[in-house]
Design a protein around this ligand. Structure first.
Ligand code: NAG
Ligand code: NAG
Ligand code: NAG
Length: 494
């Protein structure tokens, strides 16, 4: 043995001796739950998601390659010119007789999103309502559509309290994308030539929500007879038990209104004035706290409306120092791996609770637009660790509209530092394969031994694989060294 080789050999040996060894045991015959959980994402409106932006082409390529079902397009509010198709109230009097319908900026976002998801389910959330639908609003809309304004969403009482006017707005939005266009308020034909088959339509929260939901759904459904409707979109479900209770009670709805889905959100918010190595603990503690409430929402849902599905359609981490500031605090590389591990952890935990879809928030963030929530490098458009973990999950254990059978089986948690879950997975015409997801919540190096892993394949990311790189694949031995914030999936050699 030459000296160099000896040195390598000794350092591996020392690393193994120093590192804590964790033995993972799976009881392959003990079923926890048959998964129905789709791993997915959302993309929200901002100038960088325009296909003509410097990263636009890459962003829609990312979406296509994710192969995710039930993905969400959200036209959110900082860029009203990009999110609202009718910025001003119609003036159908003889002197003006014109509406302000304009899809120039919305269309490229929506059509590229739907096209990138062709053949898969995806849904639209026009969550920014025209301000003029509400009483006592006075909005200042920047002339330059790329300049954000944080005060567009105003008012809580509708001008038309019967909610027919807001329902008509949404019906026209649906008709634009599904029926080639619509007749506007003044009687003019607005032609789109779009005939998309849209899988879902989300109706966003406003005051007297249930009533508005019913009126909007009743009208939109004329144009989207096959779509599923997503309701609630609750930012803080724990403070809104009453909403969930009220909304899921069919006695509070007009006859025949579907309650296909409810949606709610969660973001961990660590104290980012502390060093990055302390963030993981905070993020996982906050995430565990959120997860501990999900069974309570599930109890309400199961008792009131058991066929309603749930999507947690915004999941992520927000760093306070890197939110809407033009000059955010720089984000350390390790953060992306921590946040990626948080999604993987949530996905598996929520799968074990029977949640239908878990959506990573959001495809493109950047300085001033919640950069810490981004799934891509905003300069290149290439996916970061969060994007690649979502892709990894989708590839191995995500349930994709019944195309794959995934069963969670009893897996021993040998340490609080790592989290493991084993799965038995089969595609439509494939044989069963065994898989184990492993993730490291800490920033120390550990050795993980898994029964039966030898000769299998491991696909993983950690802080050593590079923040902006695809997952790495290796043949496994009986033990693997897992680095900081590791997320990996072992596929066993049968
Ligand atoms: C407005 O225009 C529509 C369609 O062009 C027309 O049918 C209608 O009579 C006009 N209304 C008024 C008040 O001029
Ligand atoms: C459902 O709503 C009706 C009408 O508001 C109410 O009387 C009933 O108690 C509610 N049911 C439950 C289970 O909360
Ligand atoms: C997790 O990463 C930390 C920090 O890099 C490392 O020390 C620790 O050994 C890893 N844990 C496991 C179980 O791999």
């Amino acid at each position: 043995m030459n000296n160099k080789l000896l040195l390598v050999y000794l350092s591996v040996l020392v690393a193994k001796l120093l590192a804590e060894s964790i033995v993972v045991k799976t009881k392959w015959h003990e079923v926890v739950i048959k998964s129905k959980t789709t791993a997915t994402f959302q993309i929200v409106t901002n100038p960088l998601v325009l296909p003509t932006s410097p990263i636009g082409a890459q962003v829609y390529k990312n979406i296509k390659e994710l192969n995710a079902e039930w993905s969400r397009f959200a036209a959110w509010y900082p860029y009203p010119r990009m999110s609202v198709a009718e910025l001003h109230p119609p003036r159908c009097d003889a002197s003006v007789n014109k509406t302000s319908w304009d899809f120039k900026l919305l269309d490229p976002q929506v059509t590229n999103f739907l096209d990138a998801n062709a053949g898969r389910t995806s849904y639209l959330s026009f969550c920014t309502q025209p301000a003029w639908l509400f009483k006592d609003t006075k909005v200042d809309i920047p002339k330059d559509y790329t300049v954000p304004t944080w005060s567009y969403q105003q008012g809580s009482k509708l001008v038309d309290e019967s909610a027919q006017q807001i329902a008509d707005y949404y019906a026209r939005m649906a008709a634009w994308y599904s029926h080639g266009g619509f007749i506007d308020e003044c009687g003019d034909l607005q032609k789109s030539n779009h005939h998309y088959n849209i899988a879902g339509f989300e109706v966003f929260t406003v005051e007297y929500y249930t009533k508005v939901y019913d009126k909007v759904v009743a009208k939109v459904r004329r144009y989207l007879p096959n779509a599923e409707f997503i309701g609630l979109s609750l930012i803080n479900p724990r403070r809104n038990y009453n909403y969930i209770n009220y909304f899921l009670n069919s006695s509070n709805h007009d006859a025949g209104i579907p309650l296909d889905w409810i949606s709610y959100h969660f973001y961990a918010e660590p104290d980012d004035s502390k060093p990055v190595d302390s963030w993981s603990k905070q993020i996982f503690e906050q995430t565990d706290d959120f997860l501990s409430h999900v069974p309570e929402f599930e109890k309400i849902r199961k008792s009131l409306s058991p066929n309603t599905k749930t999507t947690i359609n915004e999941l992520g981490v927000i760093l306070g120092g890197s939110a809407t500031q033009q000059q955010p605090k720089p984000i350390p590389d390790a953060y992306w791996n921590i946040a990626a591990a948080q999604y993987a952890y949530c996905y598996v935990k929520l799968a074990s609770l029977g949640i239908d879809a878990v959506g990573m928030s959001q495809m493109v963030g950047y300085p001033s637009q919640y950069p810490s929530v981004s799934m891509v490098n905003w300069e290149t458009g290439v996916g970061n660790a969060r994007y690649f973990v979502l892709k990894l999950i989708n590839k191995h254990i995500g349930v994709q509209n019944g195309n794959r059978d995934v069963t969670l089986v009893q897996t021993e948690q040998a340490s609080s530092l790592v989290f493991v879950q084993s799965f038995i997975v089969a595609g439509k015409s494939e044989r069963w394969v065994k898989k184990t997801l492993i993730l490291n919540k800490s920033s120390s190096n550990l050795v993980v031994e898994i029964d039966g892993m030898t000769g299998g394949e491991l696909e993983y990311l950690d802080t050593t694989t590079g923040t902006y790189s695809d997952a790495k694949q290796i043949k496994t031995k009986n033990a693997i060294q897992v680095g900081p914030y590791f997320v990996g999936v072992v596929t066993y050699d049968e």
